[in-house]
Design a protein around this ligand. Structure first.
Ligand code: GLU
Length: 461
């Protein structure tokens, strides 16, 4: 995918190679004494590009973690950050572990040890390398990592900025947990503001009433499906999980399924829907929007031709293989690429990092000042209202809504929305401005690589 894009660019071969390669990958093997014996774990932290520092990217816990995967995901982080203008280079980490096999206390010991190994080599550091959650990790692991770093760097005033995705009571920011899902929602809203792009997918109207199939009801898929159904009128007709898929043309209650999974460990047995043991077949069902939000490589050479969705939004990293991408492109399917679609997570991570470095919550200084100014306007409107003997009046809830200054969550959402809109516009403009740019993915690469290249050139490379 990178090669397809750079072939259209006028980069010097040296710079092209410099951008392509992964700068460094550190492999760690460490032992932790658990359940009476010594267990050895393998972990990685890969740094793709340091054209900006710190480098940024999640840490995933999964049995499939390997060096190739971590390096590819680190590269994706470089381009993702460039595209949404988050001032970071790209990095990624992984630990080969099945987190469901260990209890909370054991996971804490393993995580702290992994964090120790990385932190002592500056592979966790507020100004050099800032991890975040990814598959199999969440705010709990980030809190352990932050605490471990703090123990090792007791005088670092910026210690909290060494990792993002922390719980709000441990230096986190409002809205980070749902940020990636929220970003998917904002991305789709922006897509539906671009008639030319909708036409390419053969879609009309708005998000309202669109039939959606989501694969993976983890943090990203759950929030995306929840917001799209509750706030934009989408109908979630299919949900694919590890143990099978649910289908109902009438729409499925995302919240209810989420609770069912928490109670039963899977979707099987959930009422009033059709259950399919081989959930992957639902990727091929007719719908308007397909949201792969789980693993990479789920749409591949063998099933791509059968996918009927005219629009795919890659909420996961790399869910469509390069081969499948070509088949889908030739079929006219529009793909909103991962580099853009799931960038909401790192965008809000950026806000969290800035909050940690500034040591103050967003909105703390201006919220009440904003309210005081709004109060002035309301008072003036009320005075006019009296003067005109109430021939004119304000809509009932206008006053309450207008008076309230923005809190942290509203500011985070506003920043995220702005970021997602701007990045989409850049990507879409690139797509339509060049005859040789065939799709949004290539456009995203062109925009991102251009920015990375400019940054290297500015350094004299
Ligand atoms: N792991 C997420 C991603 O792949 C978030 C990274 C971050 O917040 O740094 O984009």
């Amino acid at each position: 995918m990178f090669n397809r894009a750079v072939a259209l660019m006028d980069l010097s071969p040296g710079l092209e190679e410099k951008i392509r390669v992964c700068n460094a990958t550190y492999t760690v093997r460490f032992g932790v004494r658990l359940r009476g014996s010594l267990h050895t774990f393998t972990g990685y932290r890969s740094v793709h590009s340091e054209h900006m520092e710190p480098v940024k990217g999640g840490i995933r816990y999964a049995m499939g973690v390997n060096q190739d995967e971590v390096e590819a995901l680190a590269a994706l982080m470089t381009y993702k950050c460039a595209l949404v203008e988050a001032p970071f280079g790209g990095s990624k980490g992984g630990l080969r572990i099945d987190p469901r096999e260990w209890d909370e206390h054991e996971l804490e010991q393993i995580t702290r040890r992994f964090a120790y190994e990385l932190a002592k080599r500056d592979l966790i550091h507020p100004s050099q390398n800032v991890p975040a959650p990814d598959m199999g990790t969440g705010e709990r692991e980030m809190a352990w990592i932050a605490d471990q770093y703090r123990r090792m760097n007791t005088t670092d005033i910026n210690a909290a900025a060494c990792v993002t995705g922390k719980p709000t009571n441990a230096g986190g920011i409002q809205g980070r947990t749902e940020a990636t899902g929220r970003g998917v929602q904002y991305a789709l809203r922006e897509f539906f503001r671009h008639p030319e792009d909708m036409k390419a997918a053969g879609l009309t109207g708005t998000l309202d009433g669109k039939r959606v199939i989501v694969q993976g009801l983890g943090n990203v898929g759950y929030h995306a499906a929840k917001f799209l159904s509750e706030e934009d009128g989408c109908k979630i007709i299919g949900i694919i999980e590890r143990d099978g898929g649910l289908f109902s043309e009438d729409g499925i209650d995302v919240e209810a399924v989420h609770k069912w999974i928490a109670a039963h460990g899977g979707v099987k047995g959930y009422p009033s829907t059709t259950y399919q043991e081989n959930g992957a077949t639902l990727l091929e069902a007719a719908c308007d929007i397909l949201i792969p939000a789980a693993l990479e490589g789920v749409i591949h050479m063998d099933n791509a031709a059968k996918v009927k969705a005219p629009l795919i939004i890659e909420a996961a990293n790399g869910p469509v293989t390069a081969g499948a991408d070509e088949i889908l492109r030739k079929k006219g399917c529009v793909i909103i690429p991962d580099m853009y679609a799931n960038a909401g997570g790192v965008t809000v991570s950026y806000f969290e990092w800035v909050k940690n470095l500034s040591h103050i919550r967003f909105g703390r200084m201006q919220r009440r000042a904003e309210e005081a100014r709004n109060e002035l306007i309301i008072a003036e409107l009320e005075r006019l209202d009296d003067m005109l003997e109430h021939r004119w009046s304000m809509t009932p809830d206008f006053k309450a809504k207008y008076l309230r200054g923005s809190d942290e969550l509203e500011l985070v959402r506003s920043g995220l929305d702005d970021t997602m809109r701007k990045a989409y516009q850049d990507m879409s403009a690139m797509w339509h401005s060049r005859d040789d740019c065939e799709d949004l993915r290539t456009a995203a690469y062109l925009v991102a690589i251009d920015k990375v290249a400019a940054s290297y050139r500015a350094k004299g490379l």
